[in-house]
Ligand binder design. Structure first.
Ligand SMILES: C[S@@+](CC[C@H](N)C(=O)[O-])C[C@H]1O[C@@H](n2cnc3c(N)ncnc32)[C@H](O)[C@@H]1O
Length: 280
């Protein structure tokens, strides 16, 4: 079967299953099976594909038709400037999180700082920051052992072993240490809203990474309270928040004596990250 014919077939199949990104997903998955770039694929639409590869591709398309995200099928997602291993135990890194990383890298520029990443998941935030801040070091913690296993694989791939540690720990277990930067993209979705998420997320991404409790703020509050005692003088807290949580989180920060320094907006102009310091 020719590439074009196969792509058309797969794309129609996914469209009928209400997968909005049916065409691009088909192209990405076929690129993977053929081990070619999407550009090469498009330039070779009339090329024949061998049977074994056709059936492998159909298997991947079937998985996608059940709403499994492409990142989990490929076991990787690009974030900041590199590929990260991901699986169903880790959130798929999001573009708005890259905007938080960008802001942090700009603020701390070339400095030597110590970082705590709370809820590190795949490790994407900490490893991306450390790949830019070459004199800094950091610890990433997560309560999910399986997420920490993935973060450790990414750590090896990204060759930052001498400056990074990933630990299976909850925030309460962090004692006797102080950091220049506490960063977190915590779970912040209200429990009752989880069932309204689209199937890609709801059926496949880990609940631990999504569920922020009844008001969506359970872990955010924990991070704020704990940061008061683990931030160094003038240290910074960088928090990713959900759309619409700015007012509530700002209030909690203020009550806990944090002063907002920067707000980062996503591509839809919603504030999605608050960077604050302890007001002395
Ligand atoms: C939204 S995900 C973020 C993952 C990753 N940092 C990213 O931005 O893609 C939140 C992560 O926090 C972890 N988590 C949830 N509650 C936690 C807690 N109390 N202490 C540490 N980690 C927690 C979850 O297991 C999950 O991996």
């Amino acid at each position: 079967m020719e590439i074009l014919q196969l792509l058309n077939q797969a794309s129609k199949y996914l469209k009928d299953k209400n997968i909005l990104s049916h065409r691009i997903d088909s192209e990405i998955l076929l690129s993977k099976v053929l081990d070619k770039s999407r550009e090469e694929l498009i330039l070779n639409l009339d090329k024949d594909i061998e049977k074994a590869k056709v059936s492998k591709f159909k298997g991947l398309i079937y998985r996608r038709s059940l709403n499994e995200p492409v990142a989990y099928i490929l076991k990787k997602r690009e974030f900041w400037k590199k590929d990260f291993i991901v699986n169903r135990n880790t959130l798929i890194p999001r573009p708005e999180t890259e905007l938080m990383v960008e802001k942090i890298v700009n603020i701390f520029n070339n400095r030597n700082i110590s970082i705590l990443d709370v809820g590190t998941g795949s490790g994407c935030i900490l490893l991306s920051i450390l790949s830019e801040l070459k004199h800094s070091k950091g610890i990433g913690i997560d309560i999910s052992k399986k997420a920490i296993d993935v973060a450790n694989k990414n750590l090896k791939d990204h060759k930052l072993l001498n400056r990074t540690k990933f630990l299976r720990k909850s925030l309460d277990q962090i004692r006797n240490k102080k950091f220049d930067l506490v960063v977190s993209n915590p779970p912040y979705i209200m429990k009752k809203d989880i069932r309204n998420l689209n199937d890609d997320i709801k059926k496949f991404e880990p609940k631990l990474a999504l569920d922020g409790g009844n008001d969506g703020l359970d872990v955010i509050k924990k991070v704020i309270y704990k940061s008061k005692s683990i931030l160094k003088f003038n240290g910074m807290l960088a928090l990713e928040i959900g759309n619409g949580q700015l007012k509530k989180v700002s209030k909690i920060l203020k009550t806990n004596k944090f002063r907002t320094r920067y707000l980062v907006k996503d591509y839809q102009e919603n504030v999605r990250c608050i960077l604050s310091t302890l007001a002395m």
